[in-house]
Write a protein that binds this ligand. Sequence first.
Ligand code: NI
Length: 138
Amino acid sequence: MSALVRFGVSLDGELLSKFDSLIKGKNYTNRSEAVRDLIRQELISKEWEMGGIVAGAITLIYDHHKRDVLGKVIDIQHEYQSLIISTQHIHLDHHNCLEIIAVQGLADEVKGLAATLKSVKSVRHSSLNMASTGRDII
Ligand code: NI
């Protein structure tokens, strides 16, 4: 980590009041940590936009009784095996499965994997958590 640098920010009082209220609701103890997290989030968004190496998690919910859904989800994961670090399958109840797929790779390829999984019929929910490898954020 590089040296800590302090800088001043001028804000409209009403905007600052709204910011303070927002970060209080998120349990930040001070503005600096909230601003750091906002900056990190923007840097991560830029990583995804620029198409670099990213990391994240794809979450799926599906009913394993539905025809072929499990086979299709597994086939796709084998097809994109180079992007997948780990998969966790949780049996939520008699019907529903939760699958969490940890991924790392080129942003466009990871988005492609997420879109392909989402398009499988009988996948009830699919989301992509766009995180970071952590290498380019402090
Ligand atoms: Ni299951």
